[in-house]
Design a binder for this molecule. Structure first.
Ligand code: C5P
Length: 419
């Protein structure tokens, strides 16, 4: 029987670095989300933070020594590392020093954590933290590449001011980001991870480019990252994914059917061509609302007088899919500078969507939204309810959106079979 969250065990390895204190917050986040956390500390970690802090937060005795158990009053055996390795659902290392990373890579086993690592064969998530030169060193980078190649998830360190006074990459990722990655790694192992296996998800992503002449076009700042994250997440949850993408610089997501387009008219046609296969439509693309009424066959020459462009509306793809809805689940996006949720509610009704992801753009949304790797906003429901989505990685937001889509699909399927 699959384990519930409350019985899933995360072994959190804490190695020695100034960032070890952040692991305390991580334990709190993981236990709040319902996971059991067994902390294992290296010797060096114990110089930065006391085991008692972790014991109090996790409600479990912290493992600090490979051989302590012989004399343990609780009577655990000296082969506890094997037992812990067998019970663990996830091995998470945060912070991971260059030393632990090197030991993992080369299979050293000179303390509890590294010994347990060899005895363990489940998912591994590693959040490195170190001085930027140590991080950039080819030895560390080669070790990281090897661990990745073996299937470990590496949470790249953040850039910023480091404890040593240097500025650059090396700072431990924020605990929230680590907790999210840990949760995703656990989810990928669970049967529920393929909750979209019977769906075909059609996603539009990126900007459209509307030509003025052979060399110029009108476009917008969309990077395509949110749509690509959704496509990747849907695929990893078992869906067949058709991604209709405007021009972007991103690598095509693995195992998705990519249809590359440039203009709104081409995107419109591509969506209509694939709509009959789709059970879910997610409209992330920043489709141009207007295009030049005429496209010059030759390059427009510079002139001294001002130039007036006449624009005409493009087809509203989402609205049209809304009209053809049937049993499909439809998700729209709404980027607004003001009254974000109100506009999103109106859009949901006008375009016959099941969900609208409302994103604030402009001054209020610094560091998120267009072009950024993060996003934030609200998930607006047909009922009008709006669930806040705090700033998070776009892949994480994709996972939150698809959690809700999967629930809505289950409802559609049960109402279809009930008939
Ligand atoms: O009305 P507005 O452009 O703000 O709506 C945004 C939503 O509509 C997004 O989901 C976007 O992908 C979709 N859209 C579309 N075709 C258009 C304009 C917007 O599919 N021409």
């Amino acid at each position: 029987m699959p384990k519930t969250d409350s019985s899933r065990l995360i072994v959190l390895g804490v190695s020695g670095g100034i960032a070890a204190y952040k692991a305390a917050e991580l334990v709190r986040l993981l236990t709040d989300r319902g996971y059991q956390v067994q902390v294992v500390m290296t010797k060096a970690a114990q110089r930065f933070i006391g085991a008692l802090t972790f014991a109090s937060l996790s409600g479990r005795k912290v493992i600090t020594d490979l051989f302590e158990d012989n004399t343990s009053p609780t009577g655990e055996s000296a082969i506890e590392h094997i037992a812990v390795a067998q019970q663990a659902d996830l091995l998470l290392i945060a912070p991971a020093t260059a030393d632990v990373i090197a030991k993992f890579t080369h299979g050293l086993a000179d303390d509890f954590l590294t010994t347990m690592h060899l005895a363990y064969d489940g998912p591994i998530v590693i959040a490195p933290a170190m001085n930027s030169n140590m991080w950039a060193h080819p030895a560390t980078q080669e070790n990281i590449a090897q661990l990745r190649a073996r299937g470990a998830t590496i949470i790249d360190p953040d850039a910023g001011e480091l404890a040593c006074g240097m500025v650059g990459p090396g700072r431990l990722a924020e605990p929230e980001r680590i907790a999210n990655a840990a949760e995703r790694a656990l989810l990928a192992e669970s049967p529920g991870a393929r909750d979209l296996a019977s769906e075909t998800v059609l996603v539009t992503a990126g900007p459209t480019c509307e030509p003025l002449d052979p060399v110029r076009f009108l476009s917008n700042r969309s990077s395509g990252r949110m749509g690509y994250a959704l496509a990747e997440e849907a695929r990893s949850r078992g869906a067949r994914v058709i991604l209709v993408s405007g021009p972007v610089v991103l690598a095509p997501p693995r195992d998705c059917e990519l249809v590359s387009v440039e203009t709104a008219a081409q995107m419109h046609q591509a969506v209509l061509d694939h709509l009959s296969d789709a059970t879910v439509f997610v409209s992330v693309a920043a489709v141009a609302d207007y295009r030049p009424r005429t496209v010059a066959a030759l390059k427009l020459k510079k002139q001294t007088a001002s130039l007036t462009l006449e624009l005409e509306p493009t087809p509203d793809i989402l609205q049209e899919v809304g009209r053809l809805k049937g049993n499909r689940t439809i998700v729209g996006f709404a980027a607004e500078t003001n009254d974000v949720v109100e506009y999103a509610r109106a859009k949901l009704t006008a375009k016959n969507c099941d969900l609208i992801v409302a994103n604030p753009v402009g001054a209020d949304a610094a560091g998120t939204g267009f072009g950024s790797s993060q996003n934030q906003g609200w998930l607006v429901e047909r009922s009008g309810e709006a669930v806040a989505l705090p700033p998070m990685a776009k892949r994480e937001m994709a996972s939150r959106i698809l959690d809700r889509v999967a629930e809505l699909r289950r409802k559609v399927e049960s109402s279809v079979t009930a008939r």
